[in-house]
Design a protein around this ligand. Sequence first.
Ligand code: URA
Length: 451
Amino acid sequence: MMHRVHGIFNMYEIISKKRDGNELSTDEISYFINHYVTDDIPDYQAAALLMAIYIRGLSPRELNDFTEIMLQSGDTISLSSIQNKKIDKHSTGGVGDKISFIVSPIVAACGVNVPMLSGRSLGHTGGTLDKLESIPGFNVFLNPLQFESILSIIGMVIAGQTENIVPADRKLYALRDTTATVNSIPLISASIMSKKLAIDTDGIVLDVKTGSGAFMQKIEDSIALCETMVAIGEKAGRTTIGLITDMDEPLGRAVGNSLEMIESIEALHGKGPSDVMEVTYALGAAMLIAAGVETDYKKCMNRMQKAIKSGEPLRIFRRFISAQGGDERVCDDYTLFPWSQYRAHLLATHDGYISSINAFQIGMIAIDIGAGRKKKEDKIDHSAGFVFHKKVGDPVKKDEQLVTLFTNKEESIDNALIKLEEAVHISNEKPQSRPLIHYIIDKNGKRNSPF
Ligand code: URA
């Protein structure tokens, strides 16, 4: 229900109150969000308030109000006809992050339903919807009834956000994007959590990335973001578990839309790269625990590994592709995906070890070769991307292939290879390995990974 505003408000006073570090009332926050959505507050005043929030922050009470009022600005998706537990998983985004396609059918095979509303690639990070659209025929535009029906029949569904879900976020995000106010922990938390709370789930699992390819590169910021979002979720009555996972090098071996779908299908065939599977099992375990079907991380792991061996997650994934209009034969025949016309290889310049692969730089080169977009309107080439033959810590010999690049833009190849060489570092010493799962954060606080 929409919060009713009591009293007469003036944006000038609201802005100056926050500028001076004071707490806004629920009515003031409601006035701002609801009147901004209806175009009754101009962008310049909204931008000034966002900057004041960026600098002064929001108290936990203000943040809960901000999130709740954003959520009430639009429709919510009811899944009340579905008896099974429903758990959503959200990643803050990265390079090579294809975990949703692997973890969702595994968790569904363990009896927990997975409804997801996902986004598209922007900047250096990839987008779940773009990856799905590399499957011929796949449809990400579902109405709420289709969404609920596919979830109840298949056990998983992934669709795009409709215009009517949290319209306040759509408008505020566009303004933040042009006024240097995106990178604020309370504003990011309210933006993400209002959209997560708009789906009727029993719990939410958050994958907050950290490292060169993450939204938050410093671990302290990733922890603060995760703690803030977990507190919002729990306050709203949803079991919320956050994992801080590493995004310093791309996840897995494939980066790019169809290449990542192929890697995901391989993982469902039981042939996933070890880093991808480690993150998948950690997030899947958190989902099973959030659903209340297991209490112990190790038991979850056994259950998920057994599920993969049984073939059931792959069968669910095929049905999911088909239910959303896609050609499920891609699971057996990768030639049905689009393939690039050109390939090129990055070779090792000398012997040594791969010491780092800068995920942010890889994401940016992916845009140059057609796999991503700089602006929302840009078209994506689903076939473009990279396959990494070596990962951080692997020994390499001079002239060995490190990366294969796939593109339809022949003119982008030379420059991409130069930039790839700058992004992939070789050292004489074997580098120290970084943990993949840094922390788990839930209502009881932060602890080390149990894996
Ligand atoms: N993703 C979101 O949905 N919102 C933000 O503010 C940042 C990342």
